[in-house]
Design a protein around this ligand. Structure first.
Ligand SMILES: [Zn+2]
Length: 130
């Protein structure tokens, strides 16, 4: 099994940064001290982004229980999911918009790009005629 941290891993974070650059999505910062340690924080639009590893966060599409210590892993992953839900609701209470991206989304770049553009780019303000 690949060793990944519970909140995404470096390679997916770097892939996200590459996509932000490509899509000209700016205004993010990393190493947030907010609850749950979001991978990216967009203060201006009050949006946080988590990149969730499919294994550690129990992705409904990808998660497969390991063959050994199944009960242990099940309990651990369930705790992670409960913590994610708690973090989400706390951040939302504080007025943050929470965007979670599954690790597997990076396999389909064009779909992920659309999601990022939809979630992270502010709507184009309507220009009133002078
Ligand atoms: Zn997945």
């Amino acid at each position: 099994m690949k060793a990944v941290r519970s909140s995404g891993n470096l390679s997916t974070e770097l892939a996200a940064i590459r996509l932000f650059r490509k899509l000209k999505i700016t205004g993010w910062r990393r190493n947030s001290s907010l609850q749950g340690k979001p991978d990216f924080v967009f203060s201006n639009s009050r949006t946080v982004v988590f990149i969730d590893g499919c294994f550690w966060h129990g992705c409904p599409k990808c998660y497969r229980a390991p063959k050994s210590n199944e009960a242990y892993w099940q309990a651990k992953i369930r705790r992670n999911c409960i913590r994610d839900a708690t973090v989400d609701s706390e951040l939302k209470k504080q007025g943050w918009k929470v965007v979670r991206i599954w690790e597997h989304s990076f396999k389909d770049g064009s779909k992920l790009e659309k999601l990022l553009l939809r979630e992270l780019l502010p709507p184009i303000p309507y220009a009133f005629p002078a």
